[in-house]
Design a protein around this ligand. Sequence first.
Ligand code: ADP
Ligand code: MG
Length: 232
Amino acid sequence: MLELEGAYKRYESPGEVIRAVEDVTLKVLASEFVAIFGPSGSGKTTLLLLAGGLLRADAGTVRFDGADLGALSRREMLEHRRNKVGLVFQDFRLSEGLSAEENVVVPLLMRGMDRREAARLAVGALDEVGVGNRSRHSPDRLSGGERQRVAIARALVGGPKLLLADEPTGNLDTETGESVLSLMRELPRKRGAAAILVTHDAQLTRYADRVLMMRDGRLTETGTPETTSAAR
Ligand code: ADP
Ligand code: MG
């Protein structure tokens, strides 16, 4: 479903070239939950942005359902992100001026859905992640765990084929983080979507079907949570 082949991404600033992603080849199947584990600065976020079509690779290819993302126009890339990809971040990135429900409605309205249908789906998605009773609240009145649940509802409500999560539990306590991760593991799969979690926390990789280790922009090791050194 998602396929990176020999993908590179470098950031150039005056006098410096940072090799953030170097020759990464990776396949993720529908319904698979993959964790990418590596230290800070190893290129995890950059890899996630390439996978979601938020950044273009400098070299190599990124394919999604057979389409070469590098060949898409800016507009097509935007459509791709809106329709196929859900994103979850460490800092939630909810709109504070909107209620939880409105946050979840927004991506549906951007896709042209009518307001009533969008509201119906948003309420269903909030129920599904266990915060249906918080739908009228503004994010600043929610706990961190509730905020991340709203963010997951927002990421999944449009039925993306790929959920990308960048250190999604980084601002949560252990127990809350675990409940958020079990949602991330169950919900995409139920919908036939793949999920990629990137984290610098080895403990979190045990939720994944497959663990990839990243170092200095390269994938260095792959296995199950039991066999990779992340787990030890
Ligand atoms: P990670 O998520 O594993 O911490 P990143 O993908 O954020 O790694 O970063 C990989 C490398 O690229 C780091 O050295 C980082 O400083 C650098 N980097 C990330 N984003 C940018 C950017 N927009 N401009 C310049 N350098 C960047
Ligand atoms: Mg990062």
